[in-house]
Design a binder for this molecule. Structure first.
Ligand SMILES: [Zn+2]
Length: 569
């Protein structure tokens, strides 16, 4: 491609709203432009990257034996009502009305549509296992679209769905997909971790998220450098290094009620009382299988809900609503405390080791200080229910866990029969008995791979694409467009690379050399060939590697083989 003949608009400055490096560089390098909040147009350079990622995904999916389909983005309300998600999904599901006043959802995910297809076409165990996938545009009405394509309202996903006759076959399919995902992310050149994760609104039993490690990631994860254990912070298991309590030497002080007008959060209360978050105890009212229970957790800790659910052998736990909180504590949200509380109290073991703690007084605008367990209240149970903190050790090998931030680029779920039961998608087994299909679902965000790759691969001058997903492999830069010899040689080199089917950009634009060099670095093409005066005089061609800034000077006749070997690096 000759740059003088195409659309390659670069910018010196990123728009103010771009907060993270990938968003800034995607705009500045001319990969995309904003159309409306959370909605973007891909320009030629950006779309080539998407197509590269798409092809890698397609190849790996096909290798697993999955078949590609294309489902409609529009799906009728009735289908979403069958699964119950028309209500559950809330405002994130975009809904539109047709001219007959029929409602449709613009798909953020396609469990309903695929299950509807399969229940019509698959009747017998002989048709199983079956895995279908698509690469398609998805919609999600984010309340606060941000970070460019990282949290956009329209985006591109690969979603696959597996249908099996039993759990054992689902296990095989899940493993196959998991491995395909590893191949995909490896080929895209990403540094990532597969972590145990929550199933969220998709539902199901087991799930793993594939997290690209990056400072700007919205998710917090922990992993073990020794054995590879990895999990989302909100559900990570851990072994405590031993409780550092204040010990029995600390004298219990007298319980006192203090006025804390309008102070509700840990930050507000500790700021107002001039104390540390670890001296405060959060009294969180949860509903455990419908029954209100108070959970005591240190001010600087979070609750590991999965652990809580498991230890209590509960089917469902969730934070109570404000009405319930007022009913059981007698005070609005923000003033709950353990003293004289009438419901069951479960304390985290770190709380049980505290002395003279601060918590709500169960009275609006008041807190209690110097609360002591056993003297002022009794805990019905003491359990390890806080989420993982720095210093905790790996649950498998006891190595100290490492904390990181991650960008979710893929998610695999064992769904089980959640959707097949709701939509009555059954098959007849070997004995002729009707049974619900066992499902799995597997998603990958294409735009997120692109953005995450930039988060991991850039420097002060711009993007550094791995060659597998780079929009072009080589950029030829003509230093002086007025110099006929330079232009002629550049044309020659350009044609020879095209002939070899090496993806090449020729920067033949009438710009100052400085601007071209800047753009070349910004766009991040892996190899840059510079054709200038020196090239003509010495008859040697200069190749610069974007990633290392290393320069190779070679004879023209060795050009193709050198480029090939450099690209395979
Ligand atoms: Zn370990």
């Amino acid at each position: 491609m000759r740059m003088s003949k195409g659309l390659f608009p670069t910018l010196k400055e990123a728009p103010k709203e771009a907060k993270i490096v990938s968003h800034k560089l995607m705009i500045r390098a001319g990969l995309m432009r904003k159309l409306a909040s959370g909605i973007y147009t891909y320009l030629p350079l950006g779309y080539r990257v998407i197509r590269k990622i798409e092809n890698i995904i397609r190849e790996e999916m096909n290798k697993t034996g999955a078949q590609e389909v294309l489902l409609s983005a529009l799906s009728p309300q009735e289908l979403w009502e069958e699964s119950g998600r028309w209500e559950v999904y809330g405002p994130e599901l975009m809904r539109i009305k047709d001219r007959h006043n029929r409602l449709f959802g613009l798909g953020p995910t396609h469990e309903e549509v695929i299950t509807d297809l399969v229940r019509r076409e698959v009747k017998s165990y002989k048709q199983l296992p079956l895995t279908l996938y698509q690469i398609q545009t998805k919609f999600r009405d984010e309340i606060r679209p941000r970070f460019g394509m990282m949290r956009a309202r329209e985006f591109h996903m690969k979603d696959a769905y597996s249908f099996d006759k039993d759990e054992k076959d689902l296990g095989k399919n899940y493993k196959r997909m998991y491995e395909a995902y590893q191949n995909i992310f490896d080929r895209c050149g990403l540094r990532y971790k597969a972590v145990e994760a929550d199933t969220g609104p998709i539902g199901g039993d087991i799930s793993h998220e594939f997290m690209v490690l990056a400072k700007t990631g919205e998710d917090r994860i922990v992993y073990c450098r020794k054995c590879g254990y990895a999990a989302n912070v909100n559900r990570a298991e851990y072994v405590k290094p031993g409780v550092k309590g204040q010990g029995s030497r600390v004298k219990e002080k007298g319980l006192k009620k203090v006025k804390t007008p309008g102070m509700k959060t840990v930050e507000e209360v500790t700021g107002f009382l001039k104390c540390k978050p670890k001296e405060l105890v959060k009294t969180l009212i949860y509903k455990v299988d419908g029954i209100p229970v108070a959970i005591l957790i240190r001010g600087d800790h979070g609750v590991n809900e999965r652990r809580l659910e498991k230890l209590l052998k509960a089917k469902e736990i969730s934070l109570a609503d404000e009405k319930t909180i007022e009913k059981v504590t007698g005070a609005p949200l923000g003033y709950s405390g353990p003293v004289r509380l009438k419901i069951k109290i479960i304390a985290d073991s770190d709380v049980a080791a505290m002395k003279n703690m601060i918590s709500g007084a169960n009275k609006k605008d008041y807190h209690l200080i110097n609360i002591n367990i056993d003297r002022d209240f009794k805990a019905d149970k003491v359990l390890d229910i806080r989420s993982v903190i720095p210093g905790d050790r790996c649950p498998k090998c006891k190595t100290k866990l490492t904390f990181s931030r991650g960008i979710e680029v893929g998610h695999v779920f064992k769904l089980g029969t959640k959707y097949s039961q709701a939509l009555k998608a059954t098959f007849s087994d070997e004995k002729g008995k009707e049974r619900p299909l066992i499902m799995g679902c597997y998603g990958i965000g294409l735009d997120r791979i692109m953005a995450a790759s930039i988060e991991q691969n850039h420097d002060g001058n711009g993007i550094i694409w791995p060659s597998s997903i780079a929009p072009y492999q080589v950029l030829i830069l003509v230093v002086n467009n007025q110099d006929k010899k330079q232009v002629k040689l550049a044309e020659e080199v350009y044609k020879s690379l095209e002939k070899e089917e090496i993806e090449v950009l020729l920067d033949d634009r009438d710009l100052r050399a400085g601007a071209k060099f800047k753009d070349a670095d910004l766009m991040g093409i892996p190899l840059r060939i510079t054709i200038g005066n020196k090239t003509i005089k010495e008859n040697r061609i200069e190749i610069k590697i974007r990633k290392t800034n290393k320069i190779h000077e070679i004879n023209k006749k060795d050009l193709i083989s050198k480029i090939r070997s450099l690209l395979e690096m």
